[in-house]
Design a binder for this molecule. Structure first.
Ligand code: NAD
Length: 499
């Protein structure tokens, strides 16, 4: 059986692993590889390598660090097909989605190619007589990233590219469900000229996460995953004196106003609700038609479009989505569908019991559509994270606005309308972190930033963009006085002081 090891310093660690995890094959069912579930020995080794390498990396001029990012970008593009196939084989998403996963991460790498400009800092000449003040950003030292299964390339790159390009060493603890791509990214960073010990990967589960959170040499932890674990990671990391950002789960709503272009909405919803089998934190699993007439018209158009969706194996170029990640996750999604029916939702299309010919053991699900879902239902309140779309009907704009605003999650939301005023009002008032206007998945580009509100994000900085730079650096403020050295003692410099 293929064994996936840690990537420590310049290669595989070769440590004896007391525990191992199973890496499943979502397309065919069954186990395809083993991954080491590491402990303190692996983490200590990675920290020692990081401590040895980081000072010289931080001292390197930023342009040279940026050149590593340029080289890395070229290497990832060269290996795009290989990475996408590796990713699809463990995650189950179709190749086009895997390429998107890599590409969205690469856009953050592109942002990091411009790091010398961003790190220039601020300077005031003459803040007092003969006094200059400089604010500059310095790396934290060693940072860690803990990432979910659903974007095994993009999210490690959101964190790892920013953390390393500003001069930190970065230790990644990826999801144990699809661990191969992170190791390959580590190899490519090395090939791009990054020194050993700057981007490392250690595999594990909760035990490793706790070791990271408690380790005194790790200054910052960036986490992305489900909300209860995000909150736990945030609290424990902060209690240990670390800087922590922790992105959590989501239940994104798409509001459909009566004047929306319904054909566009249906096309967008089919991609946003079912693409990647709904395993996206920016999926749109809830659609909110405004008014009974909009609801009926939308439903009539949605049903045939959803029924026409093509589910297939990850390598099928015609498939719109592939299997979900594990048999346990499939059972969990089916459990939520049963719960929604029990709670009184109308089952319009049932995706359970779907079998893919020739891949009967794979973790496939057909698309599910539920109508008359209401805010008091557990199946509305919680994240399902599968190919399931719920219709929650709203009587008017205010009721529609209140739904995502009051929901426990506040990651993304979209409004579909031709009315500029309604869109503007919605964007201004909705209590959610990322808003799309006629855009179904409002993932902001790499030079803005990504982050949700409420239980979708703990901590006060977003991922990537200038927030990423702020998270992975600390600000130093230097106030300097250079006397003219006249020697007669007559220099009366005044340094500004507080109070
Ligand atoms: P998860 O929370 O199960 O796992 C995330 C990470 O935490 C993994 O590395 C895992 O090994 C680790 N972990 C698991 N159990 C733990 C525990 N008890 N204690 C400490 N660490 C633990 O998430 P997942 O199933 O891999 O990913 C899906 C979730 O991630 C969904 O909720 C999705 O919405 C969320 N997500 C959020 C964003 C965002 O930006 N907000 C992006 C992608 C995914």
């Amino acid at each position: 059986m293929r064994m996936i090891d840690h990537f420590i310093s310049g290669g595989t660690a070769g440590l004896a692993a007391a525990r191992k995890g199973k890496v499943m094959d979502p397309n065919n069912g069954g186990q395809q590889a083993e991954v080491v579930l590491g402990g303190a020995d692996a983490l200590e080794r990675a920290v020692a390598a990081a401590q040895a390498a980081q000072p010289a990396w931080a001292a390197m001029n930023p342009q040279r660090r940026a050149r590593v990012m340029f080289e890395f970008k070229a290497l990832v593009e060269k290996h795009m097909d290989e990475l996408a196939h590796m990713l699809s084989a463990e995650h189950g998403k179709v190749i086009a989605d895997s390429k998107g996963d890599v590409q969205r991460g690469l856009e953050v790498v592109e942002f990091c190619c411009g790091l010398p400009h961003v790190l220039k800092g601020e300077h005031t000449q003459g803040a007092g007589p003969g006094i200059d003040v400089t604010s500059l950003r310095q790396p934290l030292g060693i940072g860690a990233g803990i990432t979910p299964f659903n974007f095994p390339a993009m999210i490690p790159l959101w964190m790892g590219a920013v953390a390393t390009s500003v001069g930190n060493a970065f230790i990644l603890k990826p999801s144990e469900r699809d661990p191969s791509v992170p190791n390959r990214l580590a190899e490519l960073f090395l090939e791009a000229g990054m020194p050993e010990g700057i981007f490392q990967v250690i595999h594990g589960d909760k035990e490793m996460v706790d070791l990271i959170l408690d380790h005194p040499a790790i200054s910052a932890v960036s986490f992305v995953g489900s909300s209860d674990i995000a909150q736990y990671v945030y609290s424990r990391g902060v209690a240990a004196g670390k800087r922590v950002q922790a992105m959590g789960g989501a239940k994104n709503h798409g509001i459909v106003m009566p004047d929306a272009d319904l054909d566009q909405v249906v096309g967008d919803l089919c991609g946003a609700a079912f693409g990647s089998a709904g395993e996206r934190c920016m999926a749109l699993p809830v659609v909110v038609p405004v008014g009974a007439e909009t609801a009926e018209k939308l439903k009539a158009k949605l049903i045939p479009a959803i029924e026409a969706l093509k589910v297939g194996i990850s390598t099928d170029p015609d498939a719109q989505y592939g299997p979900v990640v594990t048999a346990e996750h499939k059972a969990r999604i089916e459990g939520w569908i049963a719960k929604a029916i029990e709670e009184g939702s109308e089952l319009v299309i049932d995706g359970r019991g779907f079998a893919m010919q020739g891949h009967e053991e794979g973790y496939f699900m057909g698309p599910t559509l539920l109508d008359h879902v209401t805010p008091d239902m557990d199946s509305y309140h919680n994240e399902i994270f599968g190919p399931v779309l719920q219709i929650v009907r709203a009587a008017d704009f205010e009721e529609a606005l209140a739904l995502p605003s009051k929901h426990q999650y506040g990651n993304g939301v979209a409004i579909f309308t031709r009315n500029g005023h309604a869109a503007r009002e919605f964007a201004a008032r909705v209590n959610v972190g990322m808003v799309g206007i006629n855009v179904p998945i409002p993932v902001p580009v790499a030079y803005h930033s990504f982050g949700g509100w409420k239980r979708s994000g703990f901590g006060d900085t977003d991922q990537y963009g200038m927030d990423g730079i702020a998270f992975w650096t600390k600000k130093k403020k230097i106030t300097a006085r250079w006397p003219d050295g006249g020697g007669d003692g007559s220099n009366a410099f005044v340094i500004p002081t507080m109070g």
